[in-house]
Design a protein around this ligand. Structure first.
Ligand code: FPP
Length: 260
């Protein structure tokens, strides 16, 4: 049996986490649109890559805090299908940063019982990034703590098109019939198969858009917009988002009385 857990929080942080755990539900699945790296850098007169670099620190802190809180799934929108259209030098720098972050962090993630997964068209990533990514996935595959999903070269429409194509192929091959196409079946064809839908979607930098993220999966997620840029988003911001989530009533289309 794997008895390892995330390294425990210390001091005041441990108290804050305890308070969150006691005051309500900790979301099972948190999805994050990490936005504002470029603006963070610009307001400081720094190159955009400095914002991405600092953003890695926020990733580190958020992953660690989620593990300690007992969040089971964390999905980070790290590189969208549309991000390939950015200037070539920014794309190259982002890829190098990703590769370095995976190389430097995998051992720690493993020690903290985090299991790494990915969603997206990962074959289009540079070979060296794929190698680090698959190494992290392989090394952590037995871990039982936080499931960290890195959405890379991902978009919600890409996910849906891929699912529809596969359903069409299976229908043509006679493995399924059109009558068998239900919500549950579609979920099995999405890249998030067997992963519960996000309870909470956090987006930073004050923007109110879904930006082609988990279009199907976010149907009933609670949305929390943080006004800080991603490089400023650290565990205290995460706690604020969870506290806010805990104050919401999730009705899933029903009325309050039905939930009692
Ligand atoms: C959005 O900011 C951020 C990204 C497109 C990249 C996110 C990547 C990281 C935080 C670093 C690597 C990630 C991992 C998982 C190690 P933006 O550039 O769109 O900012 P802007 O809207 O202010 O220009």
């Amino acid at each position: 049996m794997n008895v390892r857990g995330a390294e425990p929080a210390k001091g005041n942080d441990a108290a804050l986490q305890q308070e969150l755990k006691q005051s309500g539900n900790i979301p099972v699945h948190i999805a994050v649109i990490m936005d504002g790296n470029g603006r963070w850098a610009k307001t400081r007169g720094l190159p955009r890559i400095a914002g991405h670099n600092e953003g890695v620190e926020s990733v580190r802190d958020t992953v660690e805090a989620c593990g300690q809180l007992g969040v089971k799934y964390l999905t980070l929108y790290a590189f969208s299908t549309e991000n390939w259209k950015r200037p070539q030098d920014e794309v190259s720098m982002l890829m190098r940063l990703l590769m370095r972050a995976l190389r430097d962090e995998t051992d720690k993630l493993h020690r903290n019982n985090v299991r790494v997964h990915t969603i997206g068209e990962t074959q289009s990533l540079p070979r060296e990034v794929q190698a680090e990514l698959y190494d992290a996935i392989e090394k952590t595959k037995e871990n039982t703590g936080l499931n960290l999903f890195l959405a890379l070269s991902y978009s919600g429409r890409w996910d849906l098109v891929r699912a529809v194509k596969r359903i069409a192929e299976d229908t043509q091959a006679g493995t399924i019939t059109p009558e068998q196409v239900t919500e549950q079946l579609i979920e099995c064809y999405l890249s998030t198969k067997n992963v519960p839908d996000p309870d909470l979607l956090i987006r930073t930098s004050g923007e109110m858009r879904i930006s082609n993220f988990l279009l199907w999966q976010l149907a009933y997620s609670e949305i929390y917009i943080s006004n800080c840029y991603w490089p400023q988003f650290r565990r205290n911001e995460l706690y604020a988002a969870i506290r806010n989530y805990q104050s919401r009533e999730r009705r899933f289309g029903m009325v309050s009385e039905q939930l009692k």
